[in-house]
Design a protein around this ligand. Structure first.
Ligand code: G6P
Length: 615
């Protein structure tokens, strides 16, 4: 999930490209690079380990080289093949340093191609899969036109790619090639941008061409021409796009994650209001008729990471409110499992970004077998919105920190409302009950924020420094609090780098109980279902009986459980289905403070990226 940005037009390109890359750093930030063709038709390339700031510094050092031009490309990297190093950073060049390539995706047959090219005398300097593309172009451009060379290269490579290529030989052209990975052009009369995401150029133009799958564009100074992989000219539409990019920084907050945690109440309220006020648009966007809803037998959720957890929580909404059988799938697992087409199964793909490769491919699989689909995402211009049969948009605003916070609570809110709309159409809930559901969400948003405020000082001064000393944790939940425990654990792993094992609490006695000791705090997330609560209380006793250290997130009236806790966080009673919403804010804050004590790079944890556009 690297990002690529390119420019060809009237102005110098460097500033434009670096600005674009800075906005796409959420896709990867372990190294970055920039190349351009100068007015003397010479190719220049600068690379740096680290992010755009490191790249800017590197360019500054070499500034008397005059590294700028009318045509250029850049890259931010999230390593797949080869470690994070300057050598492995993109752009990659050919043996003669006349061709430069940046790539997002994976070239699956690169090892075979590399060996073949080496036998032909090509010298490789990196461990990446991408470098083969530069050498392939080097060969093909000896004898072929630019267009023919592109067709020859794509016929020999397998995998997913968004590629930008330029060469001294065709110094007026920038080539953009797309298979599976997203790529779009930003159109202006005398300049063309190209990037993995519209956010890279949305401040310059909102006229966008989303390159169709398996197509490429030859971008000149005055325009562009698009072709399919058969070499036929095609004319994808120019669309006006909306993008949630905001130049707003962190403000007074130390990290984006903290800011975004505090934006959750707003994100929930905005999502509810948007979906309420735009009722007719919302139904059109969802593309679900009343007949379809009456016929529905099942609803499936598919997602990755935090979005998968949102789906697991929504299972309870759909079962209990809309009386639908439900199941959640991890996109990366779903893709390789047998599935049975059924027109009465609606699948909701959940993805904050709308670009996650595994989720997108799962969606495409379902579309190919004519299964009804909707995409729940936070990004209106995303691939999933364009490709799914219908969509539902959350209004969380742009989320920058890698660890998802407000996007998650906005997803849960939208799914809670979706369950009620479906139930209403099925005649299961009244209009008043729907209004009550919205009210309950408002209350949950309020409690979420108040809980952070209530425990803030205690966590900062005492709890976080104390718990930051532990190396391992066990998280337990049951029923709807189990996915909440999974989400909490993901946060602790992602931003604090602390190991957590998470179980449905009933599983404790089937193995994990052997791990209980005073060195491994056990965190129990309670729930408001009375029967399940009693079982959780039993599990807490099992932990205490073995001298376990217990942290409890529970509700005011759950005194027996709270009495067992070494550390307790208490919440007021809300709609039982919204228990995860009220607890998650405080969990995020607790984990954030632990990560702060440990001095972790919270917004950009090691090895991760915000948008995972590779499998
Ligand atoms: C990455 C992020 C996670 C996120 C997951 C799914 O792994 O680090 O925070 O939950 O992708 O992203 P999506 O955009 O599909 O919700």
């Amino acid at each position: 999930m690297c990002s690529v940005v390119g420019y060809n037009g009237s102005g110098p390109c460097r500033q434009q490209i670096l600005e674009g890359l800075a906005r796409l750093e959420y896709r990867g930030y372990d190294s970055a690079g920039f190349a351009c063709i100068t007015t003397a038709s010479k190719l220049h390339c600068v690379k740096a380990q680290g992010g755009i700031d490191q790249l800017r510094a590197k360019i500054k050092m070499a500034q008397d080289d005059g590294i700028d031009g009318a045509i250029g490309l850049g890259h931010t990297r999230w390593s797949t093949h080869g470690s994070s190093s300057e050598n492995n950073a993109h752009p990659h060049v050919d043996c003669r340093r006349t061709v430069a390539v940046v790539h997002n995706g994976i070239i699956e047959n690169f090892a075979f191609l590399k060996e073949k090219l080496q036998l032909l005398g090509h010298t490789f300097v990196s461990q990446t899969d991408t470098e083969v593309i530069a050498h392939l172009f080097e060969d093909e451009l000896q004898t072929k036109s630019l267009e023919r060379a592109v067709l020859a290269v794509v016929s020999g490579i397998q995998g997913a790619y968004a590629l930008l290529v330029m060469s001294e030989k065709h110094s007026d052209y920038l080539v953009a090639i797309r298979k599976s990975s997203p790529l779009c052009l930003g159109i202006l009369p005398d300049q063309t941008f190209v990037a993995s995401d519209v956010a890279a150029f949305i401040d310059k133009t909102d006229e966008v061409v989303f390159l169709p799958d398996e197509s490429f564009a030859l971008i000149s100074k005055t325009g562009y021409a698009v072709y399919n992989f058969f070499g036929e000219r095609i004319y994808p539409p120019v669309e006006k796009t909306v993008c949630t990019w905001s130049a707003e920084g962190k403000g007074a907050y130390e990290h984006y994650m903290l800011k975004e945690m505090y934006e959750q109440k707003r994100a929930i309220i905005d999502t509810i209001n948007f979906l309420r006020l735009h009722k007719s648009t919302r139904m059109q966007q969802l593309n679900l008729s009343a007949d379809m809803i009456h016929d529905l037998e099942r609803i499936h959720f598919i997602g990755c990471g935090t979005s998968w957890h949102a789906g697991m929580i929504a299972e309870y909404f759909m079962q209990e409110v809309a009386h639908l059988q439900t199941q959640s799938f991890l996109a990366s697992e779903f893709r390789y499992k047998k599935f049975f087409s059924c027109s009465r199964t609606l699948t909701c793909i959940i993805s904050q970004s709308g670009e996650t490769a595994d989720s997108l491919e799962a969606l495409r699989l379902l579309l190919a077998s004519k299964q009804p689909t909707i995409a729940l995402t936070n990004v209106a211009s995303s691939s999933m919105v364009r490709e799914a049969d219908g969509f539902l948009l959350t209004q969380a605003g742009q989320e920058i920190a890698v660890a998802s916070t407000k996007a998650f609570t906005a997803q849960i809110s939208a799914l809670f409302l979706l369950a009620h709309w479906i139930a209403h159409i099925k005649g299961l809930v009244t209009t008043q009950a729907m209004a009550r559901a919205e009210e309950e969400l408002f209350v949950a948003a309020e409690v979420l924020e108040n809980s952070i405020e209530r425990y803030k000082f205690d966590i900062i001064s005492k709890r976080a420094p104390f718990y930051a000393r532990y190396k391992n944790f066990i998280f337990l939940g049951r029923h709807i609090s189990f996915p909440c425990a999974l989400e909490a654990a993901l946060k602790l792993k992602e931003i604090a780098y602390i190991f957590v094992d998470t179980y449905p609490a009933g599983e404790l006695k089937h193995g994990p109980l052997a791990l209980i000791d005073a060195q491994t705090p056990v965190v129990i997330f309670s729930c408001l279902d009375e029967v399940v609560y009693k079982k959780l209380y039993g599990n807490a006793q099992e932990v205490k009986a073995r001298s376990g250290h217990l942290i409890v997130f529970a509700f005011e009236h759950q005194q027996e459980l709270l009495a067992l806790a070494d550390t307790a966080f208490v919440f007021p009673k809300v709609n039982p289905l919204l228990a995860p919403v009220v607890m998650i804010g405080l969990i995020q804050f607790f984990v954030y403070q632990i990560a702060l004590v440990l001095d972790r790079p919270i917004d950009r944890p090691r090895n991760l990226a915000k948008s995972v556009t590779v499998e």
